[in-house]
Design a protein around this ligand. Sequence first.
Ligand code: UDP
Length: 238
Amino acid sequence: MSELTYQRVLLKLSGEALAGSRSLGIDMNSIDAFCQDLAEVVGMGLEVALVIGGGNIFRGVSSSAAGMDRASADYMGMLATVINGLALQDSLEKQGLTTRLMTAIRMQEVAEPYIRRRAIRHLEKKRVVICAAGTGNPYFTTDTAASLRAMELKAQALMKATRVPGVYDTNPEDNPNARLYTRLSYLDVLQQGLKVMDSAAISLCMDNNMPIVVFNLLERHNIMRVACGENVGTVVHG
Ligand code: UDP
């Protein structure tokens, strides 16, 4: 069996990834397949913190464009990530993993409040930590929450799971000749406006030299391949 390259990673899962082939909502079959893959690497000893998005349920920026108060819409988006977090926790526990759901907005009947030192302790005990409710602040995204948690929890890499194989020069869904990048610098991403994560999230990773690996979640065993240092997807680094 291959050896792990990393000891601790932060895995960012967008809400879309939970929707499977649908555009909205939660597809438990897709979540279960992902959780099986995750159980493989946790079984090998990888410490995993997850940051979960909410775009499959609600996105603040779209509703504010339609006239809703932006901060209220963003709080709705953050609550959507908690719904996803509960679905993910249920599926991970079916795989026999021990998990903790932690939220950046307190709701103790549902989940633990996010406390950095406590989250690190859970990781040391090989519990999968699911971080929900983003940063707890409106006007941010869960990509920025993922960068922040990666730094706070001392992850060695930020793994960004997507529905495409990595970062392309143009949208592969519109252009069949789109070129896949294997390596990129943070500045390439910012200057070329490549769709990896939003600029606040990229800047935070750049300032703290946190490598980002963008890979296809739908391809089975990819989490294991990334965790073992295989060349999968696109690596963004300093
Ligand atoms: N959100 C927020 N602050 C945060 C994280 C998220 O206000 O720190 C809100 C924002 O409205 C966002 C929504 O939660 O649109 C869902 O998160 P995101 O769009 O990042 O989810 P993803 O695209 O990863 O599914």
